[in-house]
Design a protein. Sequence first.
Length: 119
Amino acid sequence: MHQGGPDTHKEPGTEVWVYDLASKRRVQKIPVVNPLASFVDLEYATQRGARLGRFTRWALEKALGNPGVDRILVTQDDHPVLVESSTLPPALTVHDALTGTVLHEVSEPGLAASMLFAP
């Protein structure tokens, strides 16, 4: 969900809101994983062979702030996933779309993250 007023729908957001279209009510909020913290964590893992600890990751997220994500995609299958992507830093996060649980994080996904699509 973007944070601005009119005509700011292309600005990054820090939450994904899930709506029940029949009742026209919001039924869930999925917080966006901080792409800066993900990028640093995954780059650290590439260099050191281990991810950051829970406290270090939490402190990093608080210190950096969450710039939000630019793009989202939800697959339309029996087990839908929510894919979030940011430009700077280049990061991609995959959630279980029904629960919001993070399934996977990708640092530097290349050009694949600039356009999200599903068959």
